[in-house]
Design a protein around this ligand. Structure first.
Ligand code: SAM
Length: 280
């Protein structure tokens, strides 16, 4: 079942939280003179035009990217993220919002690689058009969790995997944990950034327990709770956004805490927590 379309949610508080962490990791990868790979398993469409029907229908981006762009006093940790959003908008008014592929591509050097995977046929076609002619980018249309295990370790071997499922299928949390443990067994030194939805059913809790149990690398858990207007389609809305970062770079936690504390002050009824599950 592929009913999820990210355009409805692009730039919302959860997207901002995940993308801020992604950009902070990309900054660290690009700071060293060694090539890296980014494997984006749920790529979506590349970037999003916020004036289109879907983002305007939900207006979720107004509670995320629009709210923080207009807020005062962002910490230094957010500078690279804001720079990426502003670059896409030609330093003018907010019209486009970058998806994870656009953020990753903005950090690629000649020898770095970006592997984009997307299963939805329309999203995949749009992604292909967006990525075309860039020899550093490969696109795949596979099931994400099958690809997770099959495509690691990548070449270059240094790098990052983004796992960003929609969590609309029952059992997705459990499957993610199982495949992530398997992938980590094949590529222990990779950085893994896993986003999860915090819903009232709290299905993320057994997923986190399985990851703690199955993975012995350093692991950071970062969550922001917030309030979004009630959805009109009867689907239970997001209560918050969670990130698991496996093998985070040195002092990444301090930067993410600085960013997350500020974001939570801007998001409606925001609350930020960051805890180590395992630390070297
Ligand atoms: C939350 S969106 C991704 C957003 C994107 N990572 C970003 O940050 O801009 C999730 C994407 O996963 C895709 N998807 C859903 N199930 C999938 C599966 N089993 N395999 C691959 N992609 C899937 C959806 O079509 C959707 O585009």
């Amino acid at each position: 079942m592929l009913s999820y379309q990210h355009a409805y949610h692009a730039g919302n508080p959860a997207d901002v939280h995940k993308h801020v962490a992604l950009v902070l990791l990309l900054e660290r990868l690009a700071a060293k003179d060694k090539p890296f790979t980014v494997l984006d398993l749920h790529a979506g469409e590349g970037d999003y035009d916020l004036s289109q029907f879907a983002p305007q229908r939900t207006g979720e981006y107004r509670h995320g990217i629009e709210a923080i762009l207009n807020a005062e006093g962002p910490p230094l940790a957010l500078t690279p993220y804001f720079a990426a959003v502003r670059r896409l908008n030609g330093d003018g008014a907010l019209q486009r919002y970058p998806g994870s592929p656009a953020l990753a591509r903005s950090y690629l050097r000649a020898d770095d690689r970006l592997i984009l995977n997307e299963l939805h046929p329309t999203a995949f076609d749009n992604l292909g058009r967006w990525a075309r002619k860039d020899a550093r980018i490969a696109t795949h249309r596979r099931d994400s969790l099958e690809a997770l295990v099959a495509l690691v370790p990548p070449t270059p071997r240094r790098g990052l995997v983004l796992i960003d499922p929609p969590y609309e299928v029952k059992g997705e949390y459990t499957n993610v944990a199982e495949k992530l443990v398997e992938a980590h067994g094949k590529w222990r030194e990779g950085i893994y950034l896993l986003w999860y939805a915090i819903l009232k059913e709290r299905r993320h809790e057994p997923m986190i327990a399985a990851l703690k149990n199955g993975i012995d690398s350093p692991m950071l858990c970062d969550e922001i709770m917030f309030t979004l207007p009630k959805r009109t389609d009867g689907v239970s809305g997001l209560l918050g956004s969670g990130l698991i970062v496996i093998n985070p770079p040195w002092q990444f936690d301090a930067t993410l805490t600085e960013a997350g504390d500020w974001l939570a002050r801007i998001f409606e009824r925001g609350r930020h927590t960051s805890v180590w599950f395992k630390k070297d």
